[in-house]
Design a protein around this ligand. Structure first.
Ligand code: MSP
Length: 472
């Protein structure tokens, strides 16, 4: 059996989930379900990023105990991920004692590539990122994502010598040994790699206490990204667990475009420093916008994914985000577009089709498809194998429309009046055609597709008693 390992970025827990967070989990879950349908054994990590100044400051501003605050928010993420129907196998929190112990092992194993130096430069707490002088100047000293001034830092830090790995990383990206998707972002990374300096991977305790202590130096705490990136291997039990050997390197790591540089440059440096192979695919998705704008608390346009899930249910949410939010480009969410997709496409094109075929089949005493065997067609497989999920969905939807068209063309309800045997045969073919399309939809719409199987893959077709797309 083939082993597949899928990872998602772990969100900061300084607030509740928003719809931007749907993308990582949904793409990963589609990929996991598709792999399982193809017989793979899947490990699928999700989790939460709980250290760093940003989180500590937020908890303190609310007069909360930091651990208690992150416990509560991690739970909110867990609830949200489950409501989205995500079949993860591992939930890791960076405050887990086991993770923290393993990150310290990682640090020790990297020591030949770590050196102590003085950092004098800029930092953005919102991004939890060191900013180069060039970038600071280009942005006029203000972070465009957080609308906050960069902080000037002057401190002693440990550095990871990125210079040791640049050539190897470049070669692996260029040759697609670590394939960056989409191609346009692969080019950006190669450009960025040209002037990436060594990175600071610790902060003095005077500036950061909420983090993993640096082994052998009481005065320093690990930089949050050092701790966070390591989660992808600590969750498998690096360095000593057998699962690690079985599942690393990751088949695909899924992250948003804003954090691609960490995953395409710093993370590979850590892996190469540990003598480990790089992930096979690094998929960087686009951003979800609300009414064409970036979501932000100050604009007040942040959309709550739980509200979305409650409006039209799980499959409707997964449908909208896989078909109408482009896998790689930025796309817009509006309630109106969501309602239209639900009413006109899901309920109309697919829900009615199922209802109609089940009713006609039942009426004409058509047997169920007990021995149904699905097949993949090449075009679908090609999209799925290349993580082109929006294109795969468009393609499958054209097949849904084809079944609707075939019903209209063959008119089994008319044929039944004159020639019941032929009508029966027509309906059997249509039922099989529907089941075939339904199979292709399985990674996207888990609940509805399994209901369709319950209706048609049986000895006697069962007319659906409940709606195919209920609200949660
Ligand atoms: N904690 C880091 C990730 C560490 S991974 C080792 C982080 N957290 S985050 O909460 O800011 O973002 C988590 C994920 O959500 C990232 O993949 C990010 O790109 C994604 N998104 C956050 N807002 C988004 C949208 N509006 N749209 C799509 N994805 C977005 O970064």
């Amino acid at each position: 059996m083939k082993n597949v390992y899928i990872t998602t970025a772990i969100p900061y827990v300084n607030g509740n989930p928003h719809i931007g967070h749907v993308e990582d989990y949904l793409l990963a879950d589609i990929s996991a379900r598709y792999a399982k349908l193809n017989g793979a054994s899947v490990r699928f990590q999700v989790g939460t990023d709980e250290h760093g100044n940003k989180i500590e400051q937020k908890a303190k501003s609310l007069n909360r105990d930091v651990q208690e605050y992150v416990d509560e928010n991690a739970e909110n993420f867990k609830t949200f991920i489950s409501k989205l129907g995500v079949e993860y196998t591992d939930f890791i929190r960076t405050t887990d004692a086991d993770h923290m112990k393993r990150v310290q092992e990682i640090w020790k194993n990297l020591k030949d590539h770590i050196y102590l130096n003085k950092y004098e430069g800029w930092y953005c707490t919102g991004c939890e990122r060191f900013i180069t002088d060039k970038e600071c100047e280009e942005n006029g000293g203000v972070c465009p994502d957080h609308q906050a001034n960069y902080d000037r830092l002057e401190e002693s830090n440990y550095y990871l010598r990125i210079a040791d790995f640049k050539d190897e990383i470049r070669a692996k990206i260029e040759s697609d040994e670590m394939k960056i998707l989409p191609e346009s972002r692969k080019k950006q990374v190669l450009k960025l790699l040209e002037d990436t300096p060594d990175v600071s991977i610790s902060r003095p305790k005077t500036h950061l206490t909420w983090g993993v202590p640096v082994p052998g130096d009481d005065s320093q705490v690990m930089y949050v990204w050092m701790d966070a990136l390591s989660n992808y291997i600590t969750v498998l039990g690096y360095p000593d667990a057998k699962d690690f050997d079985d599942f690393w390197p990751a088949s695909v790591q899924i992250v948003g475009k804003d954090i691609l540089r960490f995953h395409a440059i710093i993370w590979p440096s850590i892996l190469l420093g540990l003598g480990l192979p790089l992930p096979k695919v690094l998929l960087s998705h686009g951003f979800i916008l609300a009414n064409g704008q970036k979501m932000s608390k100050s604009i007040g346009n942040v959309v709550d994914p739980i509200e979305v899930l409650e409006r039209h249910g799980l499959d409707a949410t997964r449908y909208y985000f896989s078909r109408h939010i482009d896998t790689f480009d930025d796309s817009d969410f509006t309630w109106e577009k969501f309602d239209n997709a639900y009413n006109n496409e899901l309920a109309n094109d697919f829900g009615n089709l199922v209802q109609r075929l089940a009713a006609m089949s039942k009426k004409n005493e058509v047997k169920g498809q007990e021995a149904f065997e699905p097949i993949y067609d090449g075009e679908y497989k090609n999209f799925m194998d290349n993580y082109e999920y929006t294109k795969a969905m468009d393609y499958v939807w054209s097949k849904v429309q084809d079944v609707n068209k075939h019903i209209e063309e063959t008119k089994p309800w008319m044929v039944a009046k004159e020639d019941p045997a032929t009508a029966k045969k027509l309906l059997e073919d249509l039922d099989r055609e529907l089941l075939q399309v339904n199979y292709l939809l399985k990674p996207f719409l888990p609940d509805a597709t399994s209901k369709v199987e319950d209706i048609f893959v049986t000895s006697d077709i069962i007319e659906p008693g409940t709606p195919l797309f209920p609200k949660n």
